[in-house]
Design a protein around this ligand. Sequence first.
Ligand code: EPU
Length: 414
Amino acid sequence: MAGSKNAALAIMAASLLTPEPLHLRNVPRILDTALMAEIVQAVGGRSKHDGEGRITLQATQVTDRVPAQMAQRMRASIVLLGPLLARTGEGRLTRPGGDQIGARRVEQHLRGFRAMGAQVEETEHEIIARSQGRLRGARIVLDLPTVTGTESLVMAATLAEGRTEIFNAAREPHVQDLCRLLNKMGADVRGAGTDQIVIYGGRRLRGTDHQIVPDYLEAGTYAIAAAAAGGDVTIEECPNEDLQQALLKLEEVGVQLEQRNRTLRVRRDPGRTLQAVDMGTWVHPGFPTDLQAQYMALMTQAQGSCVISEYIFENRFQHATELNRMGASIEINGRDALVTGPRQLQGATVGVSDIRSGAALVIAALCAHGVSAIEQAWHLDRGYEDLVEKFVALGADLERRPAAVPAGRRVEPA
Ligand code: EPU
């Protein structure tokens, strides 16, 4: 598996916390990490990559402002606010863009910065956070365990004066990987992977080497694809421990799994009927929202009806419309989707609205009779390294047609 997208994005932002170089390995070669490398450069850092997933980032000097058109192109740019504010005393960010999967509010991030002594101003287009002198450690209770909010606040707290406690913190594997990296840089971050993270701040951070953890969401995507399309697939470098909830669900559905150390074998015998099983997304260690769309594609192939509930984002069912165009039977009612199967899907021309809906449509296309054309496929390049090549290696008949990336997105994968 490639390195984790979401870990890599936060970790690349952490390079802004020190003037010394950060040497990263296993950085996924995807559009989002390429864009994050561009952003680090745009705020004054340097970035060098070898095209093989190794990147060195060095932010000898840092400015306070992320260029507007870059921030708008990637929602994850919000993680830069904490490092910029802590390092320069000011962070300015055009309101981030990204997927159209929900309101994607950031008030928890801003409340946290205010608790640490920053003044935060919000205009229609921009967020400006300033501190007089250093940030101060604080007790921060998050109303909900936001992933990038936790990451941004932890990073800011490493340079703040004194102790910061974050209650109701996010526990996702990418948050844990960021905290491991920060500790290697000389920070003192405790409790990562639990809902209470304590940071003893004010240390000078240094450069270090770090290997990004394998992407459990990529692994989960291929596991679900194998279950839906049938076959016998072994996933190497698979972080099984991070995927337990999703794997239990797949077993309930009737997929055969063998977990060994860092490999996962996924088998579905031809002719074996899959059972529809209800699923609700939740924060880690619950079923990841980032695998919900793929699971929905799988459920179109299962026997019976099930309800898929999306509790994290309020608008993350765009793929349902496209799956229905391929012959699925999915009814949406608020945060619930009722899926009835199995349905023989038919190839169609469908459009991708975000990374994970794209993955779901690829899975559906692999199950469908006939040819499917997946448009706006550049969303997939934002999050999946060599997706076409990996599926082709598994025996899928899939090819990439050119002109998939709109002009504003054209960046070289790092
Ligand atoms: N929320 C608030 N207020 C806040 C922050 C969040 O109401 O201040 C709400 C959001 O509106 C959303 C929910 O809380 O409904 C979860 O948002 P969260 O902040 O946790 O998500 P995020 O940090 O913006 C990260 C991942 C997403 C992933 C979510 C949930 C990165 C770069 N992005 O987003 O990844 O879906 O956590 O796990 O880490 C993807 O990889 O395809 C992707 C979208």
